[in-house]
Every structure is written in C-alpha cells, then in structure tokens.
Design a protein around this ligand. Structure first.
Ligand SMILES: Cc1cc2nc3c(=O)[nH]c(=O)nc-3n(C[C@H](O)[C@H](O)[C@H](O)COP(=O)(O)OP(=O)(O)OC[C@H]3O[C@@H](n4cnc5c(N)ncnc54)[C@H](O)[C@@H]3O)c2cc1C
Length: 248
C-alpha cells in the first residue's frame, strides 16, 4: 500500500465547501464461465487476475485449465518483468472518481491511450459550493497553513457568490457563468482504463515529482487495484523510490 503524507487534512474540514477525493471501482473485467445456457459472472475473486496469463499462455501452447492459479500469477509477473504488456490490456477497470479539482481533472484527461473519460459538465449542471484545497504537506507551520486555507476559503467563497448570485440569478446561462469557476472547483468523472494503461499512469503519477493532488489520486487507485490484481502492480510499489529515474 502507498501512503500519502497529508498532515493538514483536519484543518481543511474548516474550509469553505471543502471536499476530499473518493474513488469507487464500479466494474472490472472478470473471467466468464458458461455452463449450458447460463453465464456465471465474477466467479472467484481471482478470476480477474488470471485473465492476462491465460491469454499469454497460448504462446506456450498451454490450455486454460492446465495452469494452477499460482503458475498464472507467476506468468503475470514474468510478463511485467519482460515488458510483454499486451495481455494486460485484457483487463479493464471502471472507476467513478469524485472530489477532484478541475486542475486534477485536466491532468487526468491528458492520459488518452487504453482509456476513456466522461466528466461532469458545468454547461449542463450548476456548480455546487464544493472545492478541493491543496494538501500543502511541504509546509510545516500550522499557523501559516491555517492562514493560507483561510484566505483560499475567502476567495473561493466570493467566487461562488459571484457565480451563483451575481450571474446565474441575473439570468446568465450556466455555460457563460462557468467562466468564473476556479480550478479548485470539485468535479467528477467516470474513467475506464485497461491494466496496461493504468501501469503507465502509475509510472507517471505516483512519481515523487508528480503534482500532489493527482499523486494522491493515483495512490488511492493503486491501493485498490493492487488488492484485486497484485501480480500486475505490486512491482511498482517496490520501485516507488526509483521513479525519479524514469520521468524526464
Ligand atoms: C510530472 C509531469 C509534469 C507534466 N507537465 C506538463 C506540462 O507542463 N504541460 C503539459 O502540457 N503536460 C504536462 N504533463 C502531461 C504529459 O505531457 C502527458 O500529456 C501526460 O502525462 C500523459 O502521458 P502520455 O502521453 O504518456 O499518456 P497517453 O496519452 O495515455 O499515452 C500513453 C503512451 O502511448 C504512446 N503514445 C500516445 N500517443 C502517441 C502518439 N501520438 N504517437 C506515438 N506514441 C504515442 C506513448 O508511448 C505514451 O507514453 C506532465 C506530466 C507529468 C507526469
């Protein structure tokens, strides 16, 4: 598991409209077993993790049922080690991500290959007073942190007031009023991504130099998927401190 240092979380609860990120895993590819006319879905917790190794097994002439679960896990690890990553594309995770800032959403949208996104539109929905405050874990003086959060709260509170009372109530369309929405505004999206693309996302966004909010999100997602398919991801945790060498 990857832990994110977040010393000021309690203080953020006092900020105007503070929200924290949440990630729900809504769907994941599972191995289907068809008996007669009936399909049993998601038969065992292991059924997802087996899929890449079963696909890869054909290269060695191995039938689906000739390898034990431990052998399949070992084969997964070998695929990862050798960088033979195509079989990992056979698993897709579908997440619902909320409580991230528009800034973080924009960063997430830059990831394009092996994935798709649909996000909340402020053209069609009104902004709620919900904002994401930065963790600022590099600051050590609580008094300074409280002061910064206080000032941010004030600015975000007045931006919301202008947006909501100043514009929407004057009849300005949501599509135009949203020009006043700050990047701290909380947003949500559905995001589906295959296991290969997710590894690449982790390589870039779990890196110690990644921006703090998206790194926190990456850690939350990592901690979820490493439980479901450990053999596809656990090497990344061991290498966490080596990421510095991998990103330009
Ligand atoms: C620490 C950090 C700082 C960043 N700073 C900035 C910044 O200042 N400004 C900014 O604009 N962006 C910035 N980015 C975003 C970055 O440039 C990428 O857009 C983002 O990380 C998505 O990565 P990707 O292109 O590898 O992902 P994907 O789009 O998912 O692509 C995955 C992989 O597919 C391959 N691929 C994708 N498209 C092509 C193609 N057309 N041709 C050939 N191969 C392709 C590549 O191997 C690529 O790595 C930053 C990212 C990080 C992690």
């Amino acid at each position: 598991m990857i832990e994110i240092f977040d010393p000021w979380k309690q203080i953020r609860t006092e900020c105007f409209g503070n929200v924290e990120p949440t990630v729900q895993l809504q769907a994941v590819t599972t191995h289907a077993v068809i008996t007669g006319q009936r399909m049993t879905k998601g038969i065992t917790p292991d059924s997802t993790e087996m899929i890449p190794a079963i696909s890869a097994g054909i290269s060695y002439g191995k039938e689906n049922n000739t390898l034990s679960f431990l052998e399949l896990k070992r084969l997964n690890k070998k695929l990862v080690k050798l960088n033979h990553l195509t079989p990992l594309e056979s698993i897709q995770f579908n997440f619902f991500v909320s409580g991230i800032s528009k800034a973080c959403g924009a960063q997430l949208s830059r990831h394009r290959i092996g994935q798709g996104h649909v996000s909340l539109s402020r053209r069609y929905t009104k902004q709620k007073p919900e904002f994401v405050y930065p963790m600022m874990s590099y600051l050590s003086d609580e008094k300074i942190v409280r002061g910064v959060y206080h000032d941010m709260s004030k600015c975000l509170g007045s931006s919301f007031q202008y947006y909501y009372l100043g514009l929407l109530e004057s009849g300005v369309k949501k599509a135009d009023a949203r020009y006043l929405i700050p990047v701290a505004t909380a947003t949500a999206r559905h995001w589906w991504v295959n296991a290969r693309a997710l590894r690449d996302f982790f390589r870039l966004r779990l890196h110690l130099n990644a921006e703090a909010e998206i790194r926190r999100l990456a850690a939350m997602i990592y901690n979820m998927v490493v439980i479901i398919t450990p053999s596809l991801f656990e090497d990344l945790e061991r290498n966490e401190h080596e990421y510095d060498n991998q990103v330009a």
